[in-house]
Design a protein around this ligand. Sequence first.
Ligand code: 7RM
Length: 631
Amino acid sequence: MIKKIESLEDYKDQYQKSVESPEQFWSEIANTFSWRKTWDRVVDWDFKDLDVKWFSGARLNITENCLDRHLDTNGDKIAIIWEPNDPKESTIKYSYEELHQEVCRFANVLRKNGAKKGDTICLYMPMVPELAIAVLACARIGAIHSVVFAGFSAKALSDRINDAKCSLLVTADGSFRGAKTIGLKEIADDALESCPSIHSTIVYQRTGQPINMRSGRDLWWHEEMEKVGENCDAEIMDSEDPLFILYTSGSTGKPKGVVHTTAGYMTYAEYSFKNVFQYEDGDVYWCTADIGWITGHSYIVYGPLLAGATTLMFEGVPTWPDAGRFWEICAKHSVNVFYTAPTAIRALQAFDDSFVLGHDLSALKVLGTVGEPINEEAWQWYHELVGKENCPIVDTWWQTETGGIMISPLAGITPLKPSYATLPLPGIQPCLMDADGNEIEGNDVQGNLCIKYPWPSMIRTTWGDHERCKNVYFSNYEGYYFTGDGCRRDADGMYRITGRVDDVINVSGHRIGTAEVEDALDEHSNVVEAAVVGYPHDIKGQGIYAYIICSPEPEDVDAFRKELLEVIVEQIGPIAKPDKIQVVSGLPKTRSGKIMRRILRKIAEGATDQLGDTSTLLDPTVVEEIKSGAL
Ligand code: 7RM
């Protein structure tokens, strides 16, 4: 097993070693896994043509490392604790032994239904253990999983299925979210109207609501599981075989399928999990993310299971039945490590302290945050009220593309600074770039955040479009991976992420491209043009502000807004609903026709006195009109 970093000195030594002899550094860590064949070379890389290989020549199956290798010593240990949406329903626990068995069975179901190595399989499921089981079953047989967050619409689902040409879909009849029930199968049915590559659907029964089962295509999970045995040989994979695709939004175009491969992702997932959270044997660890996002992939499923940890999965929402739900679950399972998003902290902070104080949180040792910058007030509330000033908070900066945590404190080992992600993990070389593309040396500086050496879990390509991957991440600064984030390095060399510098909005920790929302709004037949920007929002971090040119002019603006929200829900899903919609007669454009988003952002944040130079605009008078109608 991977040895943890033990002290600040140890961190500094390890960091230095990782920069001076990265190959030796990573091979020692990788040596702790179970390999069918070890590697010929640790790393080969070329950022210009984007060709990165870690541990090439090695052979393995990641599920043998998540499951099989723990069975001899830890078969009875709890792997997954599942907490249902409704607290009146029972908790379910899986030991490593039981999880192994379920994964093998479901892997056999997939094989029986024609799935094989290299196939792409879409998982569109609620937060039930079967989602983790399906993820691992895909990996068991060498199929590439593409998990689509269950809050996405039929259109978003079918786009993702078609882009990856998935042959199978695993879904559920429905899902429970707080007081609501969502008909997942019905949405999936809609999506499948335009997904010719899907030949079978496997449906897990969660809600019991009536659904249509199309004969010849749709199969019940429980019926299929009965028909197979519990032995399933793992497919032996190459280190660089794709493990999964996960779609994420960028500044332009449709969401892209970020591709992660097997050996490097595995190595970094366990390494970062253990070190950042300082997971100790016997700890109960809970990450509140959804497996539909990268945080769930790396820090609910793969990282914890690789480490032989106990990982808690929660089906519900933080505020139902009341705002004490998180803390009730922490108390119920004596959670030791708790990892959530700033948006959840801010939402819960708005309720009375008694929702926290009413539960025994004495087992907590480590707290974490992810997904967006955390403001100082939220940090302090989390630290004082939840952590009783006794738990380090790890503010973890990373991305879908990085696969794992890149900049973060190591709990109890490295120093904390509220609202700072602080220091890079060993193996990670962040740097700040200026407007001319040069690296900014020294401290107390600010620039665009790049990474200058490969790390094992980095993005390898975007599915079906390698050029796009090169252009988006590796062409802005030659020889560097560009993150899209702005960043400050303080006098002590600590990093603070300031937010995106591109046209990506971060709403409650969810990445949404402005272009994506604009394209969706354009689907309304009366929309002539839409411009979307982010603006500061107290709870969500950023809200979505849409400026719409409409023809004919709407008679009832509120009714028109409602129609637009429906279009968004249909095209993308509720997470992309604009908070504000302003109907305008024109947009601020340069003489070459480019929308000046800088101006729209200023108006959206209420800083109408800081619009800067508007003289280059085609028609400066539109700005006055937009200002006067601002919401
Ligand atoms: C893990 C995840 C990535 C974007 C990233 C940042 C923002 C994430 C932090 C953060 C400040 C943090 N993947 N971000 N973590 N900003 N501090 N600790 O969220 O692909 O969905 O989003 O999220 O802008 O580029 S993601």
